[in-house]
Design a protein. Structure first.
Lengths: 228, 277
């Protein structure tokens, strides 16, 4: 039997020097611009700010749109529309209403739901089956974590909080948020009494609130029904 | 209302899961109940985070290019507006500031006259410049309302810019012709390549329906870029300063009625249009 050997491998001097140089260079890199800084530059018409915002959030925007629309082409169109619209009218985002990422998700979700409703209406008018939106199972199989590193902790917390919900409560949340259904529509869709749906929504939202207490962004000062 | 019922409404409202009458009920509730408003705000924050639960999907790299190309074609910034109604407001402000100057002389002349009197244009511009200096000097000493002064300064800047365009000996000019919808209207489009700015001067635009404004459009191929909205004088006259900070070579210009705030795409009917040389 061969004798076990233990060897400490030294980093060659040339590699150590290169690594030190790389680390020094990295430490000289400026900190990434904040959303607020990028939005200020966007308002003054700097296209590179749009590129950075796109690089930071396009995966998220596309994923929300895809989750609502279940159509890759439509989700791409929606993603493009959201960012071009932001470019054309950057003042649509009002910082007093909350964080930029929340606003962006809200805009994407609302526009995607509008598109989904138009599509469903068209299908009904054309005599086809009214499209029933199914909740997509949560999975990280195709995730691209590097694209939203800044949000990874928050996202993990949200996913964990949602996954901890009982399946019936999770479903009402998903149908409301991703399918844009009212409680009455959820009741019809799931063949559940409306009172039960209301209770499930309340319990689910309360559990999410409790679970995400530490993750929540700063309070939003204004309360308004109108979504961006 | 029982606390449980109230919480049900607030939680569902935050998710946009209420029908119209129920939503109205919540709005009435939070309007008169700060505690309910606070509770709703907390639920809103939660609802806004739910999108993070969506499984992430990588976007097609080509989408980035498409989006950027589309964005680069669609943004005229900063767009400056020079509606004549505001000129009247500024003139009133100047009167308040005890400046007995009538300004915008060059703008009151038709472009045709200015072109014909090119020899005297420099003198007009010089005179206007002197007047602006007087306005600025007296404005600084006036201690007037800051908002008014800022407004005046903005108009002075715009005025200077338009004068500079008119004074450009290489200014390109296009005549804008009225359509059936804009019968009686006329206009000129002048572009100074050197300044990267232009001005549209329109006259006798038809009266607008309530709740609408006019919008200027620059057209290149299939791309339409808004040059901003404006409201003409009661006589239908207006001047609109255009400044682009990106590469865009319009081959035609059009003016259409539009909703306040501007239209997403160029609406119909066109009232004035012309080819750019």
């Amino acid at each position: 039997m061969a004798e076990a050997q233990s060897r400490v491998v030294q980093l060659p001097a040339s590699l150590a020097a290169a690594r030190a140089e790389r680390q020094a260079a990295e430490s000289r890199q400026p900190a990434p611009a904040t959303d607020e800084q990028l939005l200020r530059r966007l308002r003054s018409g700097q296209i590179d700010a749009l590129e950075q915002i796109y690089d930071r959030y396009s995966t998220l925007v596309y994923s929300v749109a895809l989750r609502v629309l279940h159509d890759q082409g439509l989700a791409e169109d929606m993603t493009q529309e959201v960012f071009v619209r932001l470019w054309r009218r950057p003042r649509l985002y009002d910082p007093s209403r909350g964080r930029f990422v929340s606003w962006l998700m809200s805009v994407t979700r609302n526009r995607a739901i509008d598109e989904q409703r138009r599509r469903s209406r068209r299908l009904r008018e054309e005599g086809g089956d009214s499209e029933v939106v199914q909740a997509v199972p949560s999975t990280d199989r195709f995730d691209d974590p590097s694209a939203v590193a800044a949000l990874s902790d928050e996202r993990a917390a949200v996913r964990a909080a949602v996954e901890q919900l009982p399946p019936t409560q999770r479903r009402v949340i998903e149908l409301a948020y991703f399918a844009g259904m009212t409680q009455a529509e959820i009741a019809a869709e799931t063949s559940t009494p409306i009172g039960t749906v209301k209770t499930r929504v309340r319990l689910a939202m309360r559990k999410l609130r409790d679970a995400l207490e530490q993750t929540r962004p700063p309070p939003v000062s204004e309360v308004s029904r109108s979504r961006p | 209302m029982r606390p449980q019922e109230r919480e049900e409404l607030l939680a569902a409202y935050a998710l946009d899961a209420l029908s119209g009458p129920e939503a109205d009920e919540v709005e009435a509730l939070v309007a008169g109940d700060p505690e309910a408003a606070e509770q709703l705000a907390a639920y809103r924050e939660i609802a806004d985070l739910i999108g993070l639960e969506a499984p992430l999907r990588r976007t097609d790299p080509a989408l980035r290019e498409r989006m950027l190309q589309s964005a680069q074609r669609m943004r005229p910034t900063p767009t400056r507006r020079f509606p004549a109604l505001r000129v009247a407001a500024v003139a009133a402000a100047l009167a308040v500031l005890a400046i007995g100057v009538s300004w915008g002389v060059g703008l009151q002349r038709s472009i045709d006259t200015l072109q014909q009197e090119s020899a005297s244009l420099a003198a007009i511009v010089a005179a206007d410049t002197q007047r602006i200096d007087v306005i600025e000097t007296e404005r600084v000493g006036s201690g007037g309302d800051e908002a008014v002064r800022t407004d005046v300064q903005g108009e002075i800047d715009t005025h200077r810019r338009i004068i500079a365009i008119l004074a450009d000996p290489n200014v390109q000019e296009a005549s804008l012709e009225s359509t059936e919808a804009g019968r009686g209207a006329s206009g000129r489009y002048l572009w100074s390549a050197e300044l990267g700015a232009g001005v549209v001067i329109a006259q006798q635009l038809p009266p607008l329906p309530i709740g609408t404004v006019y919008e200027l459009w620059l057209i290149e191929g299939f791309d339409e870029v808004s040059g901003g909205t404006f409201v003409p004088t009661p006589d239908g006259d207006a001047q609109v300063l255009i400044e682009l900070d990106f590469e865009f070579n319009p081959f035609s210009v059009a003016i259409t009625p539009a909703p306040v705030g501007g239209a997403e795409v160029m609406p119909q009917p066109i009232v004035l249009s012309g080819w750019v040389p």
